[in-house]
Design a binder for this molecule. Sequence first.
Ligand SMILES: Cc1cc2nc3c(=O)[nH]c(=O)nc-3n(C[C@H](O)[C@H](O)[C@H](O)COP(=O)(O)OP(=O)(O)OC[C@H]3O[C@@H](n4cnc5c(N)ncnc54)[C@H](O)[C@@H]3O)c2cc1C
Length: 307
Amino acid sequence: MDPLRSLILAAAGNDSIRRLVATTPGSRDVVRRFVAGETIGDAVTAVRGLAADGRYATLDYLGEDTTDADQAEHTVRTYLELLDRLHGEGLSARAEVSVKLSAVGQAFDEKLALDNAYRICAAAEQCHTTVTLDMEDHTTTDSTLGILAELRRTWPWVGAVLQSYLRRTEDDAKALAGPDSRVRLCKGAYAEPPEVAHDGADVDLAYVRCANVLLEGDGYPMFATHDPRLVSIVGERARWYGRKQGSYEYQMLYGVRPDEQRRLAADGDTVRVYVPFGEQWYGYLMRRLAERPANTAFFLRALVSRS
Ligand SMILES: Cc1cc2nc3c(=O)[nH]c(=O)nc-3n(C[C@H](O)[C@H](O)[C@H](O)COP(=O)(O)OP(=O)(O)OC[C@H]3O[C@@H](n4cnc5c(N)ncnc54)[C@H](O)[C@@H]3O)c2cc1C
């Protein structure tokens, strides 16, 4: 692994560095670039800001790999309160929620994770919005797709995420390309072994193959990538398949390529921004920095300048 990446990932587990980042004024601004804030109010404010220039949101309450039922319950209640607030403030047409099943119990009780996800989906329906189940490392793929299938029996609109780096994904895309389905296609963010995952340019080639499958199908594809080449290929392929704008969407992370997000939205495309919020922002921020050295330089500059 790249030494800078290993250093940042090591910092992700270091509490003193977390405190430094949380309290240094300059770094707080950088945190705010990638994370909406710690509270539901912060998340709602971010949605309003995105809506002002035509963007949509999917909100992620940060926290994963929950190991006890109380923590899972706290996560569920936060989502329920968030959905209620969005509805109350007239923003539910602008924002849905993204849920990591590991945050609601998947690692220790799959049935509890299903029940918890069920409660969030029921609330989302009442608030006239939707839920997408984030995809985590490959050991959870079957479980997550199983829970998705169960939820879709009641709510066909529950969204799935497929990762083009997994060798299995083209088959999963074919299985999920039917009517009513909502599928987010991303490259994949976890360190996976070569037996299960493509590497390098093969991930991009697989992305295009899966995009073709989803665009040719009858569902609603959601293309999550910041990669300019893929954004442009997706646009071309969408036109080739006769897809109208609005019958698919682009998704990007909060704070990443915001000008491109606005450009696509101004061109008439649907753009949804993945907005993370919550007390557990530190691990998320470190992963974003590890992904891209340019972000790290930007962050370190902010950390040492201005006190
Ligand atoms: C909305 C959304 C939801 C996601 N959900 C999941 C999920 O559920 N499960 C999962 O495993 N992964 C998820 N991911 C993460 C995803 O799998 C990738 O790890 C991440 O998006 C990086 O891949 P990329 O396609 O953006 O391109 P990369 O291969 O990282 O980058 C390609 C090119 O994109 C441009 N670019 C990338 N980052 C930046 C930046 N910060 N600033 C400027 N240009 C940049 C550069 O030109 C770069 O060369 C999600 C990503 C998004 C956007």
